[in-house]
Design a protein around this ligand. Structure first.
Ligand code: TRP
Length: 449
């Protein structure tokens, strides 16, 4: 083994707080701000929130525990961690699925993160207001239809991600999260406080919290909650297997999993409180879809008195939250490549980052030069996001739950996850066993509907 490979297997978080912040940093991202707001908006607001909380507690927490347990035990990258628990068995391909899946998600996630970074830049320069001769919608449409600019901002986000990951687990990833996550929390709380102080904001709060009971009858809403929870917490792509691999023995697993899931959910709700009250106060459309962040909100920023401060703060928040998630996604294949092919960290980061940047170019062009290439009438970027959230993540989460719930003996599963209490251990194993059934039923309902 080369020196760097030895070092790679020995990397650890410097502090428990750093590990927790990095994990919440992975979970909190575009999913919480850009995606949660419009998925909740389209699925009945408060009714969606209730189902979402149930899904996070019953499915999200056990799956994060499962990933951390496998990672902590393996004390290595995702492929080695699965292989260590089931030598010679095909379960190590769940690690390779993480390698390919995390890289794939990163390749298109970066495109949307690039939009956020670009909107941050133009809100600082003032162009967000002056450059909007034809209105915010056509401005956004012509930006994403450009053949150069979206690619440039995508490459910029990948480059930032590579810089952080090249710094290593403690000195790069942990340090970046120690700085960015507290800033993020302050920003979103300040934005929410401001939005709530606007006249007419109560309607936005009601929208987020008042349940529309009729939405409960809709199976699509439950599916949306499931897909949103997987994406927002970020399970299924071995991120927490990888991050768990750098845990020190004294960091507990159940408390970490609960903190991560709760932190992610709290962040989404506070971000919702920053967005909906402002949207309602200025008469925007809460169900505007993905364009909410880039069309509806800029219009709101233009109207509000403190818009010149709120707009850059919001887009910086969006870009920084995306960055800490991208870092976790790049670390999954980086850790595998460093051990498996004995690469130096810088070599692994450069080659993987370069390949991912390249794969992302078609997604970045999917509303412009590549608009003609669509899958069943859906633009490439939307098609890949749909396939990832509704097929890839549920299937890999299913594999993970089957592995720890059915393949590994119950006593060992709860021991690995550090669930000491016998009753909780039974709950944990039975939840893991039920999760694959729930996922299968939901996927079948979805495919047949
Ligand atoms: N959770 C992040 C978000 O909400 C994105 C993310 C990070 C992710 N790691 C993941 C999504 C692993 C799926 C799988 O933006």
């Amino acid at each position: 083994m080369t020196d760097s490979a030895v070092l790679a297997t020995r990397e650890h978080w410097r502090t428990r707080g750093g590990f927790i912040l990095a994990s919440i940093g992975s979970a909190v991202g575009l999913g919480n701000i850009w995606r949660f707001a419009y998925v909740a908006g389209e699925n009945g607001g408060g009714a969606f929130l209730i189902v979402y909380l149930l899904v996070v507690a019953a499915i999200g927490v056990p799956l994060v525990m499962a990933e951390l347990a496998i990672g902590k035990r393996g004390a290595s990258d995702a492929v080695a961690a699965f292989a260590a628990l089931a030598p010679g068995a095909p379960w190590r391909y769940l690690g390779w699925l993480g390698f390919a899946g995390a890289a794939l998600i990163l390749s298109y996630y970066s495109v949307i993160a690039g939009w956020a970074l670009r909107y941050f830049a133009i809100s600082v320069s003032g162009n967000l207001w002056t450059g909007q001769t034809d209105g915010f919608d056509s401005h956004f449409q012509s930006f994403i239809a450009d053949g150069v600019s979206p690619v440039g901002w995508h490459l910029a986000m990948i480059a930032l991600t590579m810089v952080v990951v090249a710094g290593g687990v403690a000195r790069g990833i942990e340090r970046a999260n120690m700085v960015l996550m507290p800033l993020l929390a302050l920003t979103v709380v300040a934005l929410a406080a401001y939005a709530l102080s606007l006249p007419g904001s109560a309607k936005g709060v009601a929208f987020l919290f008042a349940p529309d009971w009729s939405a409960f009858g809709d199976s699509r809403m439950i599916l949306a909650a499931l897909g949103q929870a997987f994406f927002s917490i970020g399970v299924g792509m071995a991120v927490f297997v990888t991050y768990g691999g750098y845990m020190r023995r004294e960091y507990g697993i159940p408390s970490a999993a609960i903190t991560i899931a709760a932190g992610d959910t709290l962040f989404a709700v506070v971000a919702g409180l920053a967005i909906f009250p402002a949207v309602f106060a200025f008469g925007g459309d809460p169900a505007a879809g993905p364009a909410l962040a880039f069309v509806t909100l800029p219009r709101v920023f233009l109207e509000m008195p403190a818009g010149a401060i709120v707009a850059p703060a919001f887009f910086l928040l969006l870009s920084a939250a995306a960055l800490t998630s991208m870092v976790s996604l790049l670390q999954v294949p980086t850790a595998i490549a460093m051990r498996r092919w004995r690469l130096r960290r810088s070599t692994a980061v450069l080659s993987l980052g370069g390949a991912i940047a390249f794969v992302g170019i078609p997604w970045a062009l999917s509303y412009g030069p590549f608009a003609g290439i669509a899958i069943a009438g859906v633009p490439l970027l939307d098609a890949i996001d749909y396939a990832v959230s509704n097929v890839l993540l549920p299937l890999s989460a299913l594999g993970l739950a089957v592995f720890l719930g059915w393949v590994i003996a119950p006593a060992q599963a709860s021991m690995l996850a550090e669930v000491g209490d016998a009753r909780w251990a039974a709950v944990f194993v039975w939840l893991l066993r039920l999760i694959p059934v729930c996922i299968l039923v939901l996927m079948i309902v979805q495919l047949s509907g």
